[in-house]
Ligand binder design. Sequence first.
Ligand SMILES: [Zn+2]
Length: 247
Amino acid sequence: MQQAVKEGRLATDEAARERFEDGHQQLPAERRRAVHRAIDAKTAGWVTCRPNAEDHTDLTLDEFRDNMAIRYAYEPPKMPTHCDGCGAVYSLDHALNCGVGGLVIRWHNEVVDVLCDLFAKAWGESAVRKEVVIVEPEEGEKGVRTDMVVRGVWERQKDVSFDLCVTNADAPSYRKQSTASILKNKAKAKKAHHRRMCEDKFIHFTPLCVTVHGVWGREANGFFSRLVEKLRTKAAWAEKSYGQSVL
Ligand SMILES: [Zn+2]
């Protein structure tokens, strides 16, 4: 009996795999890339996350639909015809790249808010500072700001600077690069800009690079292991379900 159940399950899995392969081959290239990215990077955490207003995981119907569309490279329905920032004809690509319309910066700031909330739960509110000036601007020099500074992450009484980069891996200029390589280059650019300035002030620096699809870079994933470990030690966290999905 058990053998029959096992064989039946394997046959069902195999049939599902064949249906997936058939459908997948018929997709246009950009959608195939999106499907592979979603599978490889396991970005489905937010899809199965229990909706909870306190943790801001209670998406509206439109938010859920739009995020699903972005996940699989579809144009969301109900899009405005023109960008309210620059007036250009609107598209998903434009929405994710236009620096004038405000969506890009809003997305960035919302992720920073969620991260600060998690950092405060892990290391305490007094250990977390947002929008910190590392180097004051001087005549002819722009200075360096960072999104978050957290104290005591790796070493006691030592600060770590975190600067976030949210990027659209489907932007036309990135279409020939893998998602991993895009994130690696973004992290490299962040390090080139921040690391020396931070080290001069005895501050660690960790770039947090993520795509709009929720794929995080290597440094961010390394740090999240530390964050999850820290959160697990907090008794108050034991009854929470929030930590399952950051994006
Ligand atoms: Zn625009």
